[in-house]
Structures are given as structure tokens and as C-alpha cells.
Ligand binder design. Structure first.
Ligand SMILES: CC(C)(COP(=O)(O)OP(=O)(O)OC[C@H]1O[C@@H](n2cnc3c(N)ncnc32)[C@H](O)[C@@H]1OP(=O)(O)O)[C@@H](O)C(=O)NCCC(=O)NCCS
Length: 212
């Protein structure tokens, strides 16, 4: 197993991997491959933290990071960071690859001075990489009440004490705009999606908002 920076020659393969990894997981079909396709041109994208994981000369994993912001109660903004999509090929899921890739990337992130990360995800996976509920650090999610314990909103100080040393005792996080590109440009997304082999969009148990 090898982890290296993504190269332009990998882009299509990695977008296909992202599509395979996310397809029908959270909703019928997925849009994360389009997010990635667009994000590489976004000033928030962090090329030094755009990693692929290879096994037997095939790309089986990928993760990208983004600059983000925390908003303080007085309206001031402080830099922070987030990551995703993170993808492991369906044939390689639940074999420890995702955790290895994430731990590697978080270590590289702290090496370049990234002190704090928050993100939306399943704590059952991310707790293994040091994440906990963001509410425990007084970081709120923009779309939820301030006093809510939001089970999918997670955070971690990669540099211990980073929040305090940056004068942040409480703040609100709003995901960067780049993550909503498929909702904002549905036609562009469908045009892009049509360049991939057709796959069936299915409504499945476990997806967001699925009701029997
Ligand atoms: C989520 C993902 C990156 C995890 O990578 P992975 O290689 O499958 O996970 P790992 O084998 O490293 O998992 C380590 C541990 O985390 C937990 N875990 C992993 N995926 C989990 C999931 N989907 N739900 C709950 N716990 C999970 C388990 O405890 C696992 O150990 P176990 O298999 O011994 O029980 C990968 O499954 C994936 O690409 N999923 C589809 C896309 C996705 O959901 N990306 C994340 C969006 S937030």
C-alpha cells in the first residue's frame, strides 16, 4: 500500500473511485465526484493535502482537504479547515484502508500548521482518527440550534490548544460553498454525470431521510 499526492493524470480515475464509493450510500446516486471535480479549481482547495492511496498499482482511496472558516459571536471570522470527500473503493472498504489514509493525511495536515479540523460524518468511523463531537469544543453547526448536540458534526484540534491560542472559546462553522456545487448547478452536474457509465440510482435503507 502506498499513499502519494494526487496528480492531474489521476483526476478521472479518482473521480470515478469517488463515484463508486459514494453511489447510493447517502442518497440515490451521489454528487461527491462532481464536488471533487470542481473543487480542484477552488482557492479553498489544498493541493498539498490531496492524497491517493494505491494498492497493486490501482488507486483504491482518496481524500482532499479544504480551507474553511469559523464565525465568532461578534461576527469576526477565523480560519479553520475541513476535509472530504474521503473515499475507499467498495472492494476495499472495512479493511482498515480508510483509517490509514485519514491518519496519514491528518499527520501531514498538522505538519503544515493546520491546527483545527471540523467536518460532518459518522463518529463510529472518525472517532478512530481522534474526532469527537464538535459541541464539546463549543463549536456549533450553522444549521442547528446552538445548544444542540449534533451527532454528525465532529471536530479535532490537530495542534493541542489551537482554539484557545487563537482566542476562540466558541464559534459557528458553516461548510465552504464549494461543497454545494451540485445543488447550485444541477444541470452542470447532470451533464458531468452523463460522462460516466450509467448506474442505477436507488432509494435504500440507511440513506439520509430514508423512511419505510
Ligand atoms: C467511510 C470510509 C472512508 C471508511 O473507510 P474504510 O476503509 O471502509 O474504513 P476502515 O476499515 O478504515 O474503518 C475503521 C473502523 O471505523 C469504523 N467504520 C468504518 N466505516 C464505518 C461506517 N460506514 N459506519 C460505522 N463505522 C465504520 C469501524 O469501526 C471500522 O473498524 P471495523 O471494520 O473493524 O469495525 C469508506 O467506507 C467509504 O469510502 N465509504 C463511502 C464514502 C463515505 O461514506 N465517505 C465518508 C463520508 S463522511
Amino acid at each position: 500500500m502506498n499513499i502519494r499526492l494526487e496528480q492531474p493524470k489521476d483526476y478521472r480515475e479518482v473521480e470515478n473511485l469517488t463515484r463508486e464509493a459514494f453511489w447510493n450510500v447517502y442518497r440515490p446516486g451521489c454528487t461527491e465526484h462532481f464536488v471533487l471535480n470542481q473543487y480542484r479549481m477552488n482557492p479553498d482547495f489544498i493541493p498539498e493535502l490531496d492524497f491517493v492511496m494505491e494498492e497493486e498499482n490501482m488507486i483504491i482511496g482518496h481524500v482532499m482537504f479544504s480551507k474553511a472558516e469559523l464565525i465568532l459571536d461578534n461576527g469576526n471570522r477565523k480560519p479553520s479547515w475541513t476535509f472530504g470527500p474521503i473515499s475507499i473503493h467498495p472492494d476495499y472498504k472495512r479493511k482498515g484502508y480508510g483509517l490509514k489514509l485519514l491518519q496519514f493525511a491528518l499527520e501531514k495536515a498538522s505538519e503544515i500548521g493546520i491546527g483545527f479540523i471540523c467536518m460532518e460524518g459518522n463518529i463510529d468511523f472518525y472517532k478512530h482518527a481522534g474526532f469527537d463531537l464538535a459541541s464539546k469544543l463549543n463549536i456549533h453547526y450553522h444549521a442547528e440550534p446552538k445548544d444542540a448536540i449534533v451527532p454528525y458534526f465532529l471536530a479535532q484540534e490537530l495542534i493541542p490548544g489551537w482554539l484557545k491560542s487563537n482566542g476562540i472559546t466558541e464559534a459557528t462553522y458553516c461548510p465552504p460553498k464549494g461543497y454545494f456545487v451540485a445543488d447550485e448547478h444541477p444541470e452542470a452536474f447532470e451533464t458531468y454525470e452523463a460522462t460516466f457509465p450509467s448506474k442505477e440510482r436507488l432509494r435504500l435503507p440507511g440513506q439520509l431521510g430514508y423512511e419505510e
